[in-house]
Every structure is written in structure tokens, then in C-alpha cells.
Ligand binder design. Sequence first.
Ligand SMILES: NC(=O)C1=CN([C@@H]2O[C@H](COP(=O)(O)OP(=O)(O)OC[C@H]3O[C@@H](n4cnc5c(N)ncnc54)[C@H](O)[C@@H]3O)[C@@H](O)[C@H]2O)C=CC1
Ligand SMILES: O=C(O)C1=N[C@H](C(=O)O)C[C@H](O)C1
Length: 231
Amino acid sequence: MKIALLGYGKMGKTIERLAEERGHEIVYRIKGNIDNFDLSNIDVAIDFSIPDAAFKNITTCFEQQVPVISGTTGWLERYEEAADLCRKYNAAFIYASNFSLGVNLFFELNRQLSKLMRSFPEYKVAIEEIHHTQKLDAPSGTAITLAEQILENSEKKGWKLDGTDENEIPVTAKRIENVPGTHVVSYDSPVDTIKIEHIAHSRDGFALGAIIAAEWLQNKKGVYSMKDVLF
Ligand SMILES: NC(=O)C1=CN([C@@H]2O[C@H](COP(=O)(O)OP(=O)(O)OC[C@H]3O[C@@H](n4cnc5c(N)ncnc54)[C@H](O)[C@@H]3O)[C@@H](O)[C@H]2O)C=CC1
Ligand SMILES: O=C(O)C1=N[C@H](C(=O)O)C[C@H](O)C1
């Protein structure tokens, strides 16, 4: 594939290394305005940029019929608008708050566990995420996905960062030097605690998942998720 990297930071550079190992070509490493680039020969754009740039990056690609993989977090209030534009331009799009296989398995575990715990209100649910100190958004996109999955099977009204209201899922975000991404979902009762945890050892899992998604999206039209790619 001929790839345009939208964002050439920690993730862009990891994707470059793994994509080249798989025989793909990085044509552009874009760190600023996408309008200055001719995308006509690009097979896929992979966006790991910043929250303020993601929507413009993604929709510019749709207008030019370039399939898009996006992992940028912190812009999701405009996701439905982006998905509508993808359909309008007959383009192709996959967004995931986390592209790693391990986290997508963890998502399925979280769904199952939340169904099981629905009948046991004495267990209080909480989410914790830990990331490196350069991260711009909090809580992480992955923590928000975990909270949304739990809400599908719960009486809680929503989630809140550092929340203390019993009716909301409390989410804690910690920032520690060099941590690629750790997520914990815990259920605490007066007598014990149940925990599930995913620890990323590097960014390779996120990057490989994004490349696999890009390969899968070739010659497809429409809006898909990592569930379509992996399961
Ligand atoms: N979905 C997933 O699996 C994962 C998502 N992420 C998310 O990906 C994003 C990027 O993460 P990192 O690479 O760690 O950040 P980073 O800060 O290392 O890189 C961001 C890059 O975007 C560039 N940039 C700024 N304005 C831009 C624009 N208008 N167009 C294109 N690029 C622009 C910056 O110059 C920088 O090179 C974050 O939102 C992060 O939360 C990170 C890891 C995994
Ligand atoms: O910014 C990061 O680094 C990460 N961001 C994603 C998120 O917000 O969930 C995914 C991963 O945890 C790393």
C-alpha cells in the first residue's frame, strides 16, 4: 500500500517502521496542513495526529476518495458527522479508540464482565487509565470506550473523570513518564475486588492493529470498526 501518515509523532513513526517491514511504502509524513498534499496516488491515510486536526484530516481524505484509518482520540464529539461524510462521499473509514488486538480482546472481556456484574450491585465499578505525560486528552479514548460498554449493561447514568457521584462510573487518569497505555476495570465490594487489566508494553500493538485495519479496508467502501476487522 502507498500510505499517507497524518501525524508523524510517536505513533506515526512506529507505524512507519512496522508498515515498511510489511512491504508498504510511506509516501507522506504530514505534520501540518493536509491541503498542501496531492493524495491522488494514496491507497490509505493513517491518522494519528492531534484532537484539533483529526476531523479536518479525515474529511479531506473522504472528499478525495482516500480510505482513512484514524486512531486520534479527543475529537469524538464529531464522529457521527465524519461517518455521515464518509457515506456521502462513498469513501471508507475505520476509527478505533484502540487498535491493538489485546485491547480489542479486553473490550470483549469488559462487555461480558459487565453483563455478569449487572446482577450484583454490591460491587462498585471504577476505571483507571495510566499514560505517558505528553498525552493531550484525559481520560483516554480507550477508557471512554470501556465506560460506554459498561453503561450498556448498567443503571449508571454516565461516567465522570474523578467522579464521586454513585450514579456515575468514576474514571481516574494518571500520567507517568514513558507509560504506553494501561487500563484497569475494577469491581469493588466490602469483602473483595475483581479486576481486569490491559498493559501495553510498547506502541507496536496499536501500530500493527492500525496497519492490519488499513490492509483490510482496501477495496471496501463504508464505515467499519475493529470488530469487523478482527472478529
Ligand atoms: N487508537 C489507538 O490505538 C491509539 C491512539 N493514539 C492517539 O493517537 C494520537 C497521536 O498519538 P502520538 O503519536 O502519541 O502523539 P504525538 O504527539 O507523538 O504525535 C502527534 C503528531 O501530530 C502532528 N500534528 C499536529 N498538527 C497536525 C495536523 N494538522 N495534521 C497532521 N499532524 C499534525 C504533530 O506534529 C505530531 O507529530 C493521540 O490522539 C493518541 O491518543 C495513540 C496510540 C494508540
Ligand atoms: O495517547 C496514547 O498514547 C494512547 N491513546 C489511546 C487512548 O487515548 O486510548 C490509546 C492508547 O491507550 C495510547
